[in-house]
Design a protein around this ligand. Structure first.
Ligand code: F6R
Length: 240
């Protein structure tokens, strides 16, 4: 895994944004794996600007988001669906029929997860996946565990994850469960870029890169992926 350290989150957004734009310009029907949260926002800003300047079109891409909350309507302003509409989809010419999410409200969650994994495969697999990392080392919502998850599944969120994300929900308690692509599914992406900024990520980043491959730090699985680049700012790289 390659590690690159930048000065600011904006520089990282520009560097990863360029990778996305080049990928789509090389193959207009690329399959993109997308993440939510603060980390990818500068990247989405770059892609939206590139679209507005006529440097890329997302018309033919297919997207799969990593995860979604359970027990939250898709239209809720805090759903990951709403996040993506606000931060990327509504700012580009993306075809909403080619946008895919796990449905955290499905009656049969196991069937929903199997459907999602099959849909990724049927689309030809993910060409380029963007990831963030949790302070506990999670990727997607694969929380620390005794084993790596292969397939997509429903998970109870860790308290540290709830502590990080409750701010978006204000006084309303945030969902305790989510559905997520499994680590095994994430690792099938042909190319992965991960972004981590800020000191709060430094410990997880150190374990991901220099620790053993261990499901207690799910992101450490990326050590076994052949084409992963980790983009850090100086604060997140502090313990390396
Ligand atoms: C979001 C996701 C999560 C986040 C992680 C970091 O779709 O899969 O793994 O990437 O929680 O979140 P931020 O970027 O808000 O620090």
């Amino acid at each position: 895994m390659e590690v690159i350290v930048y000065n600011t989150a904006e520089e990282i957004g520009e560097a990863i944004g360029k990778i996305f734009v080049d990928t789509v310009n090389a193959r207009h029907d690329s399959v993109l794996g997308l993440a939510t949260g603060a980390s990818p926002i500068p990247t989405y800003n770059y892609i939206a600007k590139a679209y507005q300047e006529g440097r890329v079109s997302l018309r033919d891409v297919t997207t799969f988001n990593l995860d979604e909350y359970c027990d939250l309507p898709r239209e809720d302003k805090n759903s990951f669906y709403s996040f993506m509409v606000e931060n990327l989809f509504s700012r580009t010419d993306i075809d909403m029929n080619k946008v895919h999410f796990l449905n955290g409200n499905a009656e049969d969650i196991d069937a929903e997860c199997a459907r999602y994994d099959s849909a990724i495969e049927a689309a030809g697999g993910i060409d380029l996946q963007i990831l963030g990392i949790g302070t506990d080392g999670h990727i997607g919502f694969n929380e620390p565990d005794d084993h790596f998850s292969e397939k997509s599944f429903r998970i109870q969120l860790e308290q540290s994850t709830i502590d990080s994300n409750q701010k978006y929900f204000g006084d309303v308690p945030m969902p305790r469960y989510a559905v997520t692509m499994g680590t095994g599914i994430i690792l099938k992406a042909r190319r992965i870029v991960l972004v981590a900024t800020g000191e709060s990520k430094a410990e997880a980043v150190q374990k991901m890169i220099q620790g053993p491959v261990d499901p207690h730090c799910p992101a450490s699985a990326l050590q076994e992926h052949g084409d992963t680049v980790i983009f850090l700012d100086k604060a997140a790289a502090k313990l390396l």
